[in-house]
Ligand binder design. Structure first.
Ligand SMILES: Nc1ncnc2c1ncn2[C@@H]1O[C@H](COP(=O)(O)OP(=O)(O)OP(=O)(O)O)[C@@H](O)[C@H]1O
Length: 278
């Protein structure tokens, strides 16, 4: 679904490569998680997949990004948006309507979703993000987390085939983050390809089928969540903050007490401890 070939990008006015000779393949149906330290290039990578780089955010672009076989240089982000949902870090700039309902409705009308389908889609995303009580509320009166949920709901209501989310948990509390990832996982199991970037890999490794670690504009690690999370030294050197369960398994392994892989979730961490106690 996404094929990136030898991509380098330098923002206009900058001399530094935000992306450097990056090649990556994300198959259709994946739940891909992109992680890495601040300024490692995660947002730029996602913007390149959505065509925002270099169409809206200009600069020197080398290599190719193909989405569903279409070269993003040969199409516009508006055309891509028919199948690609993108929510960037700066959600404020993506929200243009006065109320929650209008914000979700705007995209649906803009993409000429048949009238008979609109109410069903609005209700579905309202339920997904517990937004029903906020339906008529002004966006200016919402908390950061409520705005984030509204922006996510507006993108998901468009039923994209590919959903790209940059730091979607930024304004969400842990419970809302958990429900967001469960909702994304449910969409993924219905065939939607998902690409999300997060600085911390703890939530990604629980849900992603595929992970990429960025460092200085390069993809320094790429593979299944287990393969990536087992590379603890490389993750540390890329400035990635390991989840506590990975710190724990790493220390136990260094002391010769544990030989398995990094536990990706709490049940597998419990399994690790149970195994040692026996
Ligand atoms: N609009 C821009 N103009 C110029 N340089 C930019 C712009 N956006 C990002 N950069 C630069 O590109 C590089 C990669 O930034 P990017 O935002 O892609 O990293 P990131 O991993 O998403 O960071 P963060 O986790 O802090 O959001 C950095 O050196 C950054 O300063």
């Amino acid at each position: 679904m996404i094929r990136i070939e030898n991509l380098s990008f330098i923002y206009e006015g900058s001399e530094k490569k935000a992306l450097s000779s990056l090649s990556l393949h994300i198959p259709k149906g994946s739940f891909a998680g992109v992680t890495g330290a601040s300024c490692s290039g995660k947002s730029t990578l996602l913007r390149a997949v959505a065509g925002i780089v270099p169409h809206f955010m200009r600069g020197r672009f080398f290599g190719a990004v193909k989405v569903n076989g279409v070269d993003t240089l040969d199409t516009s982000p508006q055309k891509l948006a028919a199948t690609v949902g993108f929510l960037g870090e700066d959600i404020e700039s993506q929200m243009i309507c006065e109320t929650v309902e209008e914000e979700i409705l705007f995209g649906l009308e803009n993409f000429a979703v048949p009238h008979g389908e609109i109410e069903g889609r609005i209700e579905r995303v309202m339920e997904m993000f517990s937004l029903a009580p906020l339906r008529k509320r002004k966006i200016s009166s919402l908390s950061g987390g409520q705005r984030q949920k509204t922006a996510l709901a507006a993108v998901i209501a468009l039923s994209p085939q590919l959903l790209i989310l940059d730091n979607p948990s930024a304004e969400l509390d842990p419970v809302a983050t958990e429900s967001l990832y469960e909702a994304l996982s449910a969409l993924n199991s219905r065939g939607v390809t998902i690409v999300t970037a997060e600085q911390k890999p703890g939530i990604l490794c629980r849900f992603a089928t595929h992970m990429t670690v960025m460092s200085e504009g390069r993809a320094v690690l790429n593979g299944s969540a287990q393969q990536v999370m087992d590379e603890t030294e490389l993750l540390r050197s890329a400035g990635v903050m390991l989840p506590r369960r990975a710190e724990l398994s790493g220390r136990l392994a260094a002391e010769g007490l544990y030989r398995g892989g990094t536990p990706l979730n709490i049940p597998s961490a419990a399994e690790m401890i149970r195994g040692m106690a026996q």
